[in-house]
Ligand binder design. Structure first.
Ligand code: IMP
Length: 499
């Protein structure tokens, strides 16, 4: 049995990213490679990401702290980089939860330059999501925080340490938001309703006149600042120094390349760049400092949370609608008690795969939409994340008789120009065009394969895997020009096969 660290010869900076729409099991590998690393750093996203790790019988989900935080006691340094949208309340909650277990991190570093997610950002995110054309965000205030950063009215972690500066900046920051709310139909009413939701502490930050109680926000920030002070530092310099000194650095990506604001299926994306380049930048490094990027990829299905085109979605628009309406695993299981992964109806098949893969949001509990693996999207993703992939969740489809892989997209939309080309109805696309206007008019063309139909979780080497599964892996490698470096056949660390 080969150890995963055998992949890391001559590597001192490793990035783990996702080549899909997130939720492809990065957490397990970040945890696994934490043993190897000296420094584990996040550089993108915020509490929209949920990192699930299984340690023994325990399943832990972190939204903001890096997955490596449980290795703090082993001398590992965890870093939240400057590119992270940092919600101080969530960070404090996660730290307090660890503290209750007697695990007070000693080596955590939080960038003083990371931008803050404050109640006003959560409100603006939620307000936008009440409108037509909503994106299906995680409602965690991520988009408005990154917008404020670019709009030069953002606040950063360092401001938590200086309440007077913080107060001034909050006043500047909420000005345009007040205008927006005033200009919205039923703005005040909606704002009041949202600010009284549990996530916003039942109105603790509501102000009747200007919608925000600035003093309450400042006071709460100052409290957070006290707890976080020991961890706040100049992490960009720290990371550059660690890189120069040849420390082993593990970069933990967030979401997936198809959700990247720069390279994803825009506009249904998150608001940061989830590429290796964005990740490196978000921790103060350059992409060329990364020696190896490993991209996780679910096999042989994909998931997507929230809105946006998904050509291979099982059950198509009906599935998208069902996932929008049905808000929890429990409700879904009540509605569909008889699950059959070989159901002829694709909607039902998708529901059975969702249940088997436990594809319910780690952060929001939302149903993840399910579809077959899409090679045109994998080919597109490769241009950003590279060819080295880790196939994950392979055990999920074990009972599946027939597995489909999408080889091409058939465009069925109206004539449109895409850069220097004209896109006509009937054209077959080998590599996906991520624009929403194109992707939403693409039908998948499939190749069908026999499933392996047996339990694979006991396998410990490539040799021990069933031939049908190996054939599929090789087909994906050839079809998308990828190199499968490891396979995850179950949630346990030991259920990992390195090739
Ligand atoms: P936001 O990041 O909350 O603004 O959400 C924007 C889009 O990204 C929505 O479609 C979300 O469902 C999706 N998204 C954000 N974070 C994650 C994640 O960790 N996994 C999967 N989808 C995510």
């Amino acid at each position: 049995m080969k150890s995963p660290t055998s992949l890391l010869n001559n590597v001192s900076t490793l990035a783990i990213v996702c080549s899909q729409w997130g939720d492809s099991g990065k957490g397990k590998f970040v945890d696994l490679f934490s043993d190897w690393a000296d420094v584990i750093a996040r550089g993108t996203g915020g509490a929209n990401a949920g990192h699930t790790i299984k340690i023994g019988e325990e399943i832990r989900v972190f939204n903001l702290l890096p997955s490596g935080i449980l290795h703090d006691g082993d001398g590992k340094i965890n870093v939240i980089g400057s590119g992270v949208a940092f919600d101080p309340k969530i960070a404090c909650n996660e730290l307090e939860a660890l503290g209750r277990e007697g695990k007070r991190p000693e080596r955590l570093r939080i960038s003083h330059a990371a931008h803050l997610v404050l109640p006003q950002h959560i409100l603006m995110d939620r307000l936008r999501e009440t409108k037509k054309g909503k994106l299906g965000t995680t409602l965690r205030g991520i988009g408005p925080t990154y917008v404020d950063h670019q709009n030069r009215i953002g606040l950063c972690v360092n401001d938590l340490l200086n309440p007077d500066i913080l107060r001034k900046k909050i006043h500047e920051n909420i000005g345009p938001k007040i205008e927006t709310i005033r200009g919205m139909k039923r703005g005040k009413e909606l704002a009041r309703e949202i600010m009284h939701q549990e996530f916003l502490e039942w109105g603790a930050f509501w102000g009747d006149v200007s919608f925000f109680n600035v003093s309450a926000i400042v006071d709460r920030c100052a409290e957070h600042g006290k707890l976080l002070e020991p961890y706040i530092s100049d992490t960009d310099s720290f990371m550059r120094d660690a890189e120069r000194r040849g420390k082993r650095i593990l970069l933990e990506g967030s979401q997936g390349i198809l959700l990247s604001a720069d390279h994803g299926t825009y506009p249904q994306v998150t608001s940061c760049d989830c590429s290796p380049e964005g990740l490196a930048k978000g921790v103060g490094l350059r992409e060329r400092d990364v020696d190896l990027t490993l991209a996780t990829m679910k096999a042989f299905y994909m998931t997507r949370v929230g809105e946006g085109p998904f050509p291979t979605e099982l059950g198509g628009l009906q599935s998208a609608e069902h996932c929008r309406k049905c808000r929890s695993r429990e409700l879904e299981w009540e509605m569909f008690p008889d699950l059959d992964m070989n159901a002829e109806n694709p909607l039902l098949q998708g529901i059975a795969i969702r249940a088997a893969g436990n594809e319910y949001g780690a952060t929001t509990g939302r149903l993840r939409r399910i579809g077959w693996l899409d090679l045109p999207l994998a080919r597109y993703a490769k241009t950003f994340v590279g060819k080295n992939v880790i196939l994950t969740k392979l055990d999920v489809l074990s009972p599946c008789k027939t597995i489909k892989i999408c080889t091409h997209h058939a465009y069925f939309g109206p004539l449109q120009r895409v850069a220097e080309k004209e896109l006509k109805r009937g054209v077959m696309l080998e590599t996906a065009i991520p624009h929403s206007e194109v992707l939403s008019s693409c039908a998948p063309s499939y190749e069908e394969f026999d499933g392996w139909m047996c339990d694979i979780r006991g396998a410990r080497s490539w040799r021990e895997l069933p031939p049908q599964l190996k054939k599929l892996v090789q087909y994906v490698e050839r079809g998308a020009g990828l190199k499968v470096r490891a396979l995850s056949i179950g949630p346990e660390r030991s259920e990992t096969i390195v090739r």
